[in-house]
Design a protein. Structure first.
Length: 452
């Protein structure tokens, strides 16, 4: 492990979906792991939004209005608080960020020991997507191969311990995490590990450890309970913890995704209060009201989703016709959606999927707002064009990169070209930075496309 006295940060890596790595900055958790003679030394990092989103600030009020980053359209916005905060606070590659560190040792009986919590500076040394991690499992020469393999082994053992735990026959205050497991080493290991399972199991563990700590040291937090009604399970928030049958835990709270869930930010604030020996900004009555508000909004959105509020996209392709460039018909979007997307563009809070549809699908009159947004986020240009090419909206997408010396300095010239409805769009840009040149060329090509 890197020594804190030798570095200004704690090292970590992040694993997320391909869409999160390419399209947005929603990286609010990471980890670092080592195999030792005693077991596994694990450090889990959760983005510190406590400092970035002060209580009752304007940006905090924005998050409270949304509460969680899923809308009735099934489109996921990248952050509750806008991309500026996400980019500033999220775990960007090679950047130092404020973080909550949960450090512990998983001993050979799979019990966490030496659990500690602190706020620190962490550096994301590498942002990996699930597909890349699954590939690294077969590449021994990769610098993170050993750590990822041990993370895969450990989380597989934890998963086996959790699902095999007889939760029904135990006391309500016991859970599988605190009980020894000697049989895991005799289990037959899988042929390969699952990258997404690494994150999910580590976050379940981190959330559980934080819940236990806050429950014992403050007694106030928002639990994520599992409720059974009419034979169906549903989740809801409450300041009173209940047994979570699916996770096989006596109580469970969430801390690990404050960029997406306002309840996680509330719990992080309460944890920060305990660690700094300050007074809680929330009372039990406050948490009752917050839980009720979040549950109601979540239920309302689920009902809207079940009624099919999503706009339908209907391909009108004649049998045998492979030319898909202009053979799509889209239902007319309503004014409420236009107003919502216009506002999201102005606030720079639009998520990638909505952004793609505004550019290539909806095409409603928002050119000034859209142009301003793309100029502020040029890194999204290549992803937008690649997505449109994959969906056959545009054809023959090509990036031509040339390198030359100008007055002794290296300069990259990037030309972007593609075909849309028999029109050829080709723009170029030059810069000493190859990525910047590509982004600028894509930006100009998108602006030209939008004016067609």
């Amino acid at each position: 492990m890197n020594n804190q006295s030798l570095t200004a940060f704690e090292p970590m890596i992040t694993i997320d979906s391909q869409s999160a790595i390419v399209s947005n900055f929603d990286r609010d958790d990471g980890f670092w792991l080592e195999k030792t003679d005693q077991g596994w030394r694990v450090k889990i990092y959760i983005v510190d939004l406590v400092q970035e989103v002060p209580l009752d600030s304007e940006i905090d009020k924005r998050g409270y209005e949304r509460l969680f980053s899923q809308y009735a359209t099934h489109h996921i916005v990248s952050s509750l608080f806008g991309e500026k905060i996400e980019k500033k606070a999220g775990f960007m590659p090679q950047e130092n960020r404020g973080a909550l560190e949960i450090s512990f040792l998983i001993n050979k009986e799979l019990i966490p020991e030496e659990v500690s919590f602190r706020f620190c500076q962490a550096k994301n040394l590498c942002a990996l997507d699930n597909k890349t991690v699954n590939f690294i499992f077969y590449k021994r020469q990769h610098k993170y191969y050993m750590m990822l393999m041990e993370a895969g082994r450990l989380t597989w053992f934890l998963y086996q311990k959790r699902i095999n735990y007889d939760f029904s026959s135990t006391d309500n205050d016991l859970n599988w995490i605190s009980l020894p497991s000697n049989g895991y080493s005799k289990e037959l290991l899988p042929d390969r590990y699952n990258a997404s399972a690494i994150v999910s199991e580590l976050m379940i563990l981190a959330n559980t450890l934080a819940t236990d700590y806050l429950r014992k040291n403050l007694g106030l937090l928002l639990y994520r309970n599992e409720v059974v009604e009419n034979g169906y399970k549903r989740a809801e928030y409450s300041p009173i913890g209940q047994r979570h049958e699916t996770l096989k835990l006596p109580y469970y709270g969430q801390f690990s995704s404050p960029l997406r869930r306002y309840a996680d930010l509330i719990n992080l604030r309460l944890l920060a209060i305990v660690l700094s020996n300050q007074t809680s900004p929330y009372s039990f009555k406050d948490l009752v009201l917050l839980a009720s508000t979040i549950n109601k909004q979540e239920t309302d959105l689920q009902h809207k989703i079940s009624r099919g509020t999503n706009r339908q996209i209907n391909p009108l392709i004649r049998p045998g016709d492979t030319n898909r460039r202009s053979r799509y018909s889209y239902e007319r979007i309503d004014k409420n959606r236009q107003d919502h997307l216009n506002q999201a563009l102005k606030n720079q809070t639009i998520d990638f999927k909505d952004l793609y549809e505004v550019v290539f699908v909806d095409r409603f009159d928002c050119l000034p707002e859209l142009t301003d947004y793309l100029k502020n986020w040029p890194q999204k240009g290549p992803s937008l064009l690649n997505e449109a090419f994959q969906k056959s909206i545009i054809n023959q997408l090509d990036f031509t990169i040339n390198e030359e010396l100008v007055s002794g300095d290296k300069v990259f010239s990037v030309q972007v070209s593609f075909i849309y409805q028999d029109k050829v769009i080709s723009l170029s840009s030059s810069s000493a930075d190859k990525k910047q040149a590509k982004q600028e060329a894509c930006l100009q090509a998108l602006i030209a496309f939008l004016k067609i």
